[in-house]
Design a protein around this ligand. Structure first.
Ligand code: COA
Ligand code: AMP
Length: 633
């Protein structure tokens, strides 16, 4: 067995998790060493590094300064939408974080207190996250594309002492005011924060609520730097809400110890990156990719991370990514396949690449949604570097399956994220919980315990955690993805088994969208499904049955429903298609045949179940879908 042999490393992690992860943990600075590496005293709830104490911010910033690397760039803020670039060294970022932590402390934030961060892609968002970590407080970042209502739901669940926000975000050339959304969210929520610290950006000035709102700069001016607070390895670092089956998002909890160990390990072993290199995750800090690979992973490793406030296209052109890679000497880029589909659509011949020197660029990683082989092969041919699809989820916080560049690069099979990452015992199970042979399509699970870094529970909802993830197959974590494993041990992820859809790499709940549609007074019944889209992977489509006696038309109701969705969930839902239908196709027991309708819209073969109530409805639906041009073929 060798250190750079995938099978050997994988087996070692499986056979000796204590030894394997203790060795990885030696790469982290601990204030107190752990008593137990893997604590299995309360299955199915496992904890890592119990008894250990550390500070994640210390490991991400201070340690590098103390090791003499304070002058190394920690964060490059590249913002084509404001036409600016700003570089923070480790020392500068450490000082900014320590002072903002002082500001938070002045507003009463201490160990275990929650702080919601609702911000665009500005360096202050990263500063706020790390400042929470410094204090042992728990941040919960809410993506800017969510509406007030979604923010309010998260405020009520996390019950933050402070909310950190900004006056606006910038979407290409549109200024999106955040403050009215924040004010509305606080109005809607039962729980009221003690203070809101607001960054005033020059593109829009927010009006402040006296007694509650404080200008970021004034809060910082009044504060002094504070040191790192040591917390238990098992204490929460953050909560990140993600979509599930219903309108109530799930608060994924991340701990401090296992997270730091796993993420630092992943930087070298999965991404093949060393300290001092420039690593860029083109995502948003509001998503898990942003948490793990804009903020924590690269900084724990001592890399330079890029925070990009722009899009793959339109800021200003489809060469935007190559410009950033070239200008900042990026070695490794991580983004979602949809970003490459967007670039490919505008620059199919890849002419923009030729304008830039990409000689530093080594590897492209894609995740967040299924990567279609066409996109992967296009990117590989264009860039001439390995393009690595890898599969993970908000819940796990880092890759479940990948081609581990720092261990042993394996042959790429386009369409597969390669093999299980060391630490994950991935099993494909049938409905009865039996292991399926190679090629057998089933539910993809991970045999417990999950490796360090994965969710230990849901925020204030251990029972919800058990029910959603651990109950269906006792002893296994349910990923809610379906697929199979081939003869070579490669995984093939085919889609979700629940009501989650993936739009432009954004995870959304069709159940939550149905709740919004159903709240419209004209709607009797509805179904939302994700139909295939060449650019965004999937797009939501709503089928609506109008209440008897209500006089309306599709021309009138559809735009109302589109605005309602924007108001209740936010623009990120990308809900733009609502079809009025006479009836919904159902089984005799009343289950809506979403899968059948989706296949009809996608133009893929389908076989309605024998239990269908009235097959004639499908003819009506086919006609209705035709109004929107489905199937698009
Ligand atoms: N704040 C406010 N609104 C936002 C937002 C934010 N942070 N992010 C997105 N939106 C809005 C968009 O402006 C758009 O609004 P519109 O309906 O008025 O046009 C809507 O939400 C849908 O956004 P999106 O699906 O991102 O579409 P887009 O056309 O703006 O961009 C891509 C499409 C492919 C370029 C973009 O999704 C992208 O770069 N994706 C890849 C990277 C990524 O973010 N992956 C996620 C996790 S890895
Ligand atoms: P999120 O929690 O937003 O990261 O979304 C996680 C979900 O996105 C997974 O459960 C999958 O359904 C999907 N997903 C992420 N990465 C991949 C991938 N590489 N291949 C296929 N599906 C993916």
């Amino acid at each position: 067995m060798s250190d750079n042999d995938y099978t050997g490393v994988y087996q070692r992690a499986l056979n000796d998790p204590d030894g394997f992860w203790a060795e990885a943990a030696d790469d982290i600075h601990w204030d107190e060493r752990w008593d137990r590496v893997l604590d299995g005293s309360r299955p199915p709830f496992y904890r890592w590094f119990t008894g250990g104490a550390l500070n994640t911010c210390y490991n991400a910033l201070d340690v590098h300064v103390e090791q003499g690397n304070g002058g190394r760039p920690a964060l490059i803020y590249d913002s084509p939408v404001t036409d600016s670039v700003k570089v923070f060294t480790y020392l500068e970022l450490r000082d900014a974080v320590a002072t903002f932590a002082g500001a938070l402390r002045n507003h009463g934030v201490g160990v275990g207190d929650r702080v919601i961060v609702y911000m665009p892609m500005v360096p202050e968002a990263v500063v706020a996250m790390l400042a929470c970590a410094r204090l042992g407080a728990v941040h919960s970042v809410v993506f800017g594309g969510f509406a007030a209502n979604e923010l309010a739901t998260r405020i009520d669940d996390a019950r933050p002492r402070v909310i950190v926000s900004a006056s606006c975000g910038i979407e290409v050339n549109r200024v999106i005011e955040y403050k009215p959304l924040l004010d509305e969210a606080v109005r809607l929520a039962q729980h009221k924060p003690a203070a809101c610290l607001v960054l005033q950006r020059p593109q829009a000035r927010a009006s402040m609520v006296a007694g509650r709102d404080v200008d970021w700069n004034e809060a910082v001016a009044a504060a002094g730097p504070v040191p790192c607070v040591s917390v238990a390895a098992t204490d929460p670092l953050y909560i990140l809400y993600t979509s599930g089956t219903t309108g109530q998002p799930k608060g994924i909890v991340r701990d401090n110890g296992g997270h730091a160990v796993a993420l630092k390990w992943s930087m070298k072993n999965v991404y093949g990156v060393d300290a001092g290199e420039v690593y860029w995750a083109a995502s948003d800090v509001g998503w898990v990719v942003g948490h793990s690979y804009i903020v924590y992973g690269p900084l724990l490793k001592g890399c330079t991370t890029v925070l990009y406030e722009g899009k793959p296209v339109g800021t200003p052109d489809p060469g935007a990514f190559w410009r950033v890679v070239s200008q900042h000497g990026v070695s490794v880029l991580f983004t979602a396949p949809t970003a490459f589909r967007a670039i490919k659509k505008e620059d199919p011949a890849g002419q923009y690449v030729e304008k830039y020197d990409l000689s530093h660029f080594r590897t492209l990683f894609l995740a967040g949604e299924r990567c279609d082989p066409d996109t992967l092969v296009w990117a590989q041919d264009l860039l001439g570097v390995p393009v690595i699809d890898h599969w993970w989820q908000t819940e796990t916080g880092w890759a479940i399956a990948a081609n581990c560049m720092g261990i042993e690069p394996l042959p790429v099979k386009p369409g597969s994220p390669t093999r299980a990452v060391p630490g994950y015992d991935v099993r494909v199970l049938d409905d009865e919980g039996r292991d399926l042979p190679p090629g057998g399509m089933g539910s993809i699970t991970v045999k417990l315990p999950l490796p360090p870094g994965c969710l230990p529970t849901l925020w204030n909802n251990e029972e919800g955690y058990r029910k959603a993830y651990l109950e269906q197959h006792p002893g296994y974590y349910l990923t809610a993805d379906a697929g199979y494993c081939d003869e070579d041990g490669y995984l093939w992820i085919m889609g979700r088994i629940d009501d989650v859809i993936n739009v432009a790499g954004h995870r959304l709940s069709t159940g939550a969208m149905e709740e919004v549609l159903a709240s419209h007074p004209a709607v009797a019944e509805c179904a939302v499904l994700g139909v295939a889209d060449a650019l965004k992977g999937q797009l939501p489509l709503g089928l609506i049955v109008v209440k008897a006696g209500v006089e309306t038309t599709e021309e009138v109701l559809a735009p109302e429903l589109v605005s309602l969705m924007r108001e209740k969930i936010g623009p990120v839902a990308d809900f733009k298609q609502a079809l009025l239908v006479k009836r919904l196709p159902k089984t005799r027991s009343g289950k809506i045949l979403r899968g059948t309708v989706r296949s009809m819209a996608d133009g893929t073969p389908y076989k309605p179940p024998a239990t269908i109530d009235d097959p004639a409805i499908l003819d009506e639906i086919r006609e209705d879908l035709g109004r929107l041009g489905y199937p698009k073929g």
